[in-house]
Ligand binder design. Sequence first.
Ligand code: PEP
Ligand code: MN
Length: 344
Amino acid sequence: MLVIMRHGASDEQIQTVISFIKKKGFDTHVSHGELHTVIGAVGGKVIDPRDIELLDGVKEVIKITSSYKLASRIFQPQDTVIEVNGVKFGGEYCGVIAGPCTIESLEQMEETAKQLSQKGVKILRGGAFKPRTSPYAFQGLGEEGLKIIRDVADKYGMAVTSEVMEISQIPMFMKYVDILQVGARNMQNFNLLRELGYINKPVIIKRGLSATFEELLMAAEYVMSGGNRQIILCERGIRTFEKTTRNTLDLCAIPVIKKLSHLPIIIDPSHGTGLRDKVAPMSRAAVAAGCDGLIIEVHYDPDTALCDGAQSLYPDQFGELYSDLKKIAPIVGKKIDNEQTVEV
Ligand code: PEP
Ligand code: MN
């Protein structure tokens, strides 16, 4: 249930409504919009909306029928904008994250980060704990990998995103990483999602291989219900009957999520297609469709990559794509990487 306060409702009136709802056993979440303050009431049992409507300063009470509430556009009409290292995701901003699939060595991260930062990239990706289909495949360098990506990112003034696989790793990730990533295979690891609700760093939630948009938004709701509102949703391709590409990149995610939710939606064209030559066209399409960001795999030497080389761009290919995206974005009213001046 959402309580929309009148324009200009006083703090005291807002507090009275919050205490009333809390006394009925609900949790409250407040969103201060440009025009109205909205109070979301979640988790309680019964409450008669008329009792709230009668309180001073209340404009109306809306019952939300969707299963997600805090993630919904009704709770917060204005776009959530998340800023990391000067890069913004959401609203008029489209942020770019790039880097290798996996952290392999100091040299590999150093060379890749150097080339990306020269092109203007401000957020570096790289997995230290890899969710591999085969237990015999390279599983990542673990904490050692996180140390490497942190050191290299610091050297080039970059922020770091990396995938967290389980609750016990969260404190370690808080030390090294600026954005915690929940992988597609963990999108419905509800215990992990719940714990990420208690941290104060942004979380990227990747859409599960066969997850509906509603399920993706429910994953965000898990994190948000713990108090963490800094959620970035990510479409990374779903499993379909098509075999030509690794996954089917569902760009409908952009208009659909934007209508249902205020949260930023970014696109991963690398896992979404699985093939290097498909990454640039799908990135351009995603920006044209109004995505709030991109996460792209780039390796300084993809032919030697330990993981996902075939879908990783060469740095020069990335550079060309990056400048194309900057031309496309303004057509749909967006800015790539906050329009920092960049030599490409
Ligand atoms: C990744 O981004 O490193 C990754 C493993 O992606 P996904 O969870 O989407 O497969
Ligand atoms: Mn990968």
